[in-house]
Design a protein around this ligand. Structure first.
Ligand SMILES: O=C(O)CCC(=O)C(=O)O
Length: 266
């Protein structure tokens, strides 16, 4: 039934599907690495101190490798509760992409939010790949919510053009596609979207609140996986951001290099 809904709508939304304490603990670990640029207020939302920044800006390049080196960040997507959600779409035997992403959507960076795109294009993936996105704290309508275009996966992979913002490309939106699905999010809310479902982030129009979320990709085990997905996120452009450096201080080897034996890389 959920699979049918997923195939029909192109996405699934699971409110508070991940334990709040687990999200809190990962958020705290990430915030430690974002010091002194972003910190948590008593009210809960992460807050920006100083100038806004976006992926590839100098501050982002300084803090992001520290976030990428967190064992808890990578391990998060291999936990049973996340696996269970992925199984609903890709079956028990699924493959979690090694590339894990953390999003730091700061305010006052209008125009640099994630543009409308399809992951099938950006990750060179087929129809059985999907994205999983998790809100690590409550996200209100000012904070750059992620929004999806329902049923947009049915029209296949679309032409793209260059855009500002995360990922740098934007896909075509057809004139009849005017109804986006969006919600305020609570900590632990999960979105799963089909590889061809168009999604984007709203601008973060808050005065100082930052939206921090995490996401990755997954597929049924054995589906083709394009080799660029085996790199750490932004490892292709940040010197030294490679798996050896990411894994260096980890306590466990369980989630290190698990992807090397994957049978269908191209
Ligand atoms: O969180 C964001 O701003 C972007 C998320 C996204 O586009 C994705 O997970 O594919």
């Amino acid at each position: 039934m959920l699979r049918e809904r997923f195939q029909s709508l192109g996405y699934l939304y699971f409110p508070q599907a991940v334990d709040g304490d687990l999200c809190q603990s990962l958020l705290n670990a990430i915030l430690e690495k974002l010091h002194p640029y972003i910190a948590r207020t008593a009210s809960g939302a992460p807050v920006l101190y100083g100038e806004p920044f976006f992926e590839t800006d100098a501050v982002w390049d300084e803090v992001y490798p520290k976030v990428q080196r967190l064992e808890a960040f990578h391990g998060f997507f291999h936990r049973p509760e996340l696996s269970r959600l992925m199984s609903l779409v890709a079956g028990e035997d699924h493959f979690v992409y090694p590339m894990k992403m953390a999003r730091i959507a700061t305010p006052r960076k209008i125009g640099y939010e994630t543009p409308p795109h399809q992951d099938a294009y950006s990750h060179h993936a087929g129809p059985t790949m999907a994205g999983i996105w998790v809100a690590l704290h409550d996200v209100d309508d000012s904070m750059g919510r992620v929004t999806v275009l329902p049923r947009s996966h049915r029209d296949g992979v679309r032409p793209v053009f260059q855009a500002e913002g995360v990922g740098g490309v934007q896909c075509e939106i057809y004139p009849h596609e005017t109804e986006w699905h969006v919600s305020d999010y609570q900590r632990g809310d999960v979105l799963i979207f089909h590889s061809a479902t168009v999604h984007k982030a709203e601008p973060n129009t808050a005065a100082d609140k930052v939206r921090i979320s995490v996401d990755t990709r997954f597929c049924d085990f054995g589906a083709p996986v394009f080799s660029t997905n085996l790199e750490p996120h932004h490892g292709w452009r940040i010197p030294g951001l490679d798996w050896d450096s990411i894994y260096r201080d980890w306590q466990s080897r369980e989630h290190q290099y698990y992807w090397r034996s994957y049978p269908n890389l191209f």
